[in-house]
Design a protein around this ligand. Structure first.
Ligand code: SAH
Ligand code: SF4
Ligand code: F3S
Length: 462
């Protein structure tokens, strides 16, 4: 991993100056609405974008159609993510016809794809601002430039990206917070576009991470989720991830989680942390992607099925109640039915608490996109249905095994389904709904689990 490059204090001061200038403009947008697509990285970026827009004097508007500025923070990890973003953009054209002063901004991973920004500019001239992943921190400058010139601003930088500290933010939740520890990815799994759109791996300094967590704790944060495409390659200040975790655990933040971990470099030290650290929660997202060695090799994952199963055994030896979740791709180019069945048998053997399953989607520029792919879409769809059915059975059995237990739950908010109920998560990250009022949000309560559903639990406070 390279040394990180930080954005200079002067460059940051310039952006603060642009925020102040926009705030003073008479004809600036008054409200904003952000549509955040894709993963937690994007969700966290959207909090930064919201913070910058609020510094510029805009207020949040919950109804998209009513906002003066609409920003799409896009994802392109699979084709359907991209189609969703583009579909939305086309819809905006109609909206802008009725509301010409509407400012439309599109940024994130999709616009960072080679050639995409230019293609979008030509095809969708009603977009006012297109930026990428590496220049997010310059949003104030671009908004200012657009407002001054009233002409589309299109700027996507072809650099690897830097580490930016000290941006404003508006967090979605104070109780449970995302904390970036690194950016980018160097793994180049053969199917994946993320390394191309998020740039090379770079870590934040541990002191910056610790200072952020301390600030969050002062504001009442009970749970942090550390974010990185592969947190196991964190090397901030030369220290490795387990070292950072130990330091954060000593701060006493009640709950620590993180994602994502690449199995190839899950270290012995990190496994040991699961047996030692008081605040590290017993759940781990450890994407396996496939259960067949040849497919794993073609995916460039750099571990075998046996090595993955060995990690699972060792994690469970130090923390028997640990809940594992995974990502799985079905129908990688050339995958045979027998190879797919190795994935089924692995899922049966590991018994994940939950698995996110995807049909392989070719991404332009990746190595897998040029591999022969003879299996039909219909066949792949039958395979993934089999995997989903199996996983649903396992998830339900896992949840059912929680019935009768008393779990400490951090309350997240009102339950989406039942009036008079709230929902929160157990240490193992299972969602539980139970009767209670919103005054409980952000608090810990002990809940007896009374029944299990397909994806969530029900309970009552004890
Ligand atoms: N850095 C994380 C997650 C990256 S994207 C990790 O390595 O686990 C989230 C998930 O999307 C991946 O784990 C993978 O399962 C899936 N994914 C990525 N590219 C894909 C593609 N081209 N087709 C289908 N699924 C894909
Ligand atoms: Fe993509 Fe692999 Fe990097 Fe994850 S580790 S972001 S799947 S290249
Ligand atoms: Fe999507 Fe970008 Fe995340 S491609 S999954 S939003 S890193």
């Amino acid at each position: 991993m390279r040394q990180q490059t930080a954005v200079s204090p002067e460059a940051m001061a310039r952006q603060r100056e642009y925020m102040a200038r926009v705030r003073e403009m008479e004809d600036r947008p008054r409200s904003y609405h952000i549509v955040s697509m894709g993963c937690q990285m994007n969700a966290r970026d959207s909090e930064t974008i919201a913070g910058m827009l609020e510094e510029m004097g805009l207020t949040r508007e919950a109804v998209r159609e009513r906002a003066d500025l609409i920003l799409y923070n896009t994802c392109c990890v699979r084709e359907n993510a991209e189609n969703k973003a583009l579909g939305n953009v086309i819809w905006l054209k109609e909206l802008k016809r009725d509301k010409p002063e509407l400012m439309i901004c599109v940024g994130g991973c999709m616009t960072q794809e080679p050639g995409m920004a230019a293609a979008m500019k030509a095809k969708y001239p009603f977009i006012d601002l297109i930026y990428g992943t590496h220049n997010l921190y310059r949003l104030p400058e671009y908004v200012y430039r657009f407002l001054m010139e009233r002409a589309p601003v299109v700027e996507v930088l072809d650099i690897d990206g830097e580490v930016v500290e000290g941006l404003p933010e508006r967090r979605e939740s104070v109780h449970s917070a995302f904390v970036n520890i690194m950016y980018g990815c160097d793994n180049f799994c053969s199917y994946c576009i993320v390394p191309y759109v998020r740039g090379r791996e770079r870590s934040r300094e541990p002191e910056d991470v610790i200072a952020e967590v301390k600030r969050l704790m002062d504001a009442g944060t009970q749970e942090i989720t550390l974010l990185g495409q592969n947190v196991n390659s964190y090397r901030g200040g030369g220290a490795e991830f387990a070292n950072l975790l130990r330091r954060l655990d000593r701060l006493g933040v009640p709950r620590i989680r993180f994602m994502t971990s690449h199995p190839k470099d899950l270290s012995d030290e990190l496994i040991a942390c699961y047996g030692e650290l008081e605040h590290l929660m017993p759940n781990l997202h450890l994407p396996v992607q496939a259960g067949n060695d040849e497919i794993l090799r073609q995916m460039n994952r750099r571990y075998t099925r046996e090595r993955y199963l060995d990690l699972v055994r060792r994690l469970r030896a130090v923390r028997p109640e640990i809940g594992l979740t995974s990502d799985i791709i079905v129908g990688f180019p050339g995958e045979t039915e027998a190879q797919f069945e190795d994935t089924l048998s692995l899922a049966r053997e590991v018994r994940f608490d939950a698995a996110y399953t995807f049909v392989y989607s070719p991404r332009r520029g990746t190595r897998a996109a040029s591999m022969p792919d003879p299996v039909s879409a219909g066949e792949k769809s039958r395979w993934i249905q089999r995997l989903i059915a199996l996983q649903q059975e396992i998830s339900f059995e896992t949840l059912s095994a929680q019935v009768g237990r008393v779990e400490r739950v951090l309350v997240e908010g009102a339950s989406a389904r039942d009036a008079g109920s709230v929902g929160g998560r157990t240490p193992r990250n299972h969602m539980v709904n139970f009767p209670g009022g919103e005054e409980l949000v952000g608090k810990f309560v002990d809940v007896e689990i009374t029944s299990a559903g397909k994806n969530t639990l029900r309970g009552r406070i004890v």
